[in-house]
Design a protein around this ligand. Structure first.
Ligand code: 13P
Ligand code: SF4
Length: 303
């Protein structure tokens, strides 16, 4: 099937099903191009909460589709590839978090939205990379906070808020591939470039860069900047919206190795199949959803 046929079929079926297509900034360019809304984790969950569509086709990874299902249990949420998971989200189970809570009685638990619904159900509040500093900063000071699963986002939030955080040993394997040497070498090659990295990067990478920002905040920063050259330290999919929105600016990816294989599992063909077969449906058991929604709603109301 030609690209045009594929897109035409997706558009037609989307209307028939009253569906909306949401795509994360790391998705393949052609998937981002057919989406009704593209954005970072926070923007996508805000969009999922307010859409009046009957069906949400989530072009992202499982925890994002689960968050949409938590927020909109009456809607059909489809993930075009059920194997598109997030390895970081799978680095902690609900039972492991319960055990940690027993070790630190009374400590509030903050979870990065890159976590399973069952882990969210154990937490007081969620955060994304765009609001982690604000949310951690607004938590009470009397007891240390439990922060799961991303130790690097936790370290970053702790450094900006001076809160005491008990970190979990989770990390993003894609952002781990970006090194401080990558940033420093590009800075030497392009001395006029501003360097933007994701807070999932290791502390030495963040220290080497000018700014640590979520993918949505990176797009905003570049859009509003009068600078011309940028070093980009995150998953390479972000280069598509950056170059599309800013054709006169130049971008240097910090590392060509920063590719999230899970994000890339979603293709246009799979989006079409998802709409044809109404699969893979992502649901969250009611007893987990009822508890997880409190942490997600609390984050949204603080954002
Ligand atoms: P953003 O919320 O910045 O889009 O990040 C999502 C993610 O999975 C980063 O690895
Ligand atoms: Fe998970 Fe990292 Fe992929 Fe984001 S980039 S979905 S954190 S593995």
């Amino acid at each position: 099937m030609s690209y045009d046929d594929l897109v035409e079929k997706i558009v037609r079926l989307k209307e028939e099903r009253n569906a909306v297509i949401l795509a994360h900034n790391y998705q393949r360019p052609e998937v981002q191009d057919i989406a009704d809304f593209t954005g970072d984790s926070l923007g996508l969950s805000q969009e999922a909460a307010k859409t009046d569509a009957d069906v949400i086709v989530f072009c992202g990874v499982l925890f994002m589709a689960e968050t949409a299902a938590i927020l909109s249990p009456e809607k059909t949420v489809l993930l075009p590839d059920p194997l598109a998971g997030c390895p970081m989200a799978d680095m902690i189970t609900a039972e492991q978090l319960r055990q940690r809570k027993r070790e630190y009685p009374g400590s509030p638990a903050v979870c990065y939205v890159n976590s399973t619904a069952a882990v969210k159900a154990e937490c007081d509040v969620c955060c994304t990379s765009s609001n982690a500093v604000k949310i951690v900063g607004s938590m009470p000071d009397d007891l240390p906070l439990l922060f799961v699963p991303d130790k690097y986002l936790g370290m970053y939030a702790a450094s900006k808020t001076h809160k005491k955080l008990i970190l979990w040993e989770g990390y993003c394997p894609t952002h781990m591939r970006i090194t401080a040497d990558d940033i420093n070498a590009l800075k030497r090659e392009h001395p006029a470039a501003i360097s933007l990295v994701h807070p999932e990067c290791r502390p030495e990478v963040i220290a080497a860069a000018d700014f640590a920002l979520s993918t949505g905040a990176m797009l905003k920063k570049v859009r509003e900047s009068s600078e011309r050259e940028f070093i980009i330290g995150t998953e390479v999919g972000i280069l598509h919206p950056l170059t599309k929105e800013n054709p006169d600016k130049v971008f240097y990816p910090a590392s060509d190795r920063a590719v999230c294989p899970n994000m890339k599992r979603i293709t246009l063909e799979k989006v079409l199949w998802a709409l044809e077969r109404m699969e893979e449906r992502i649901t969250v058991p009611p007893e987990i959803r009822e508890r997880a929604v409190r942490a997600v709603d609390r984050m949204l109301s603080m954002s």
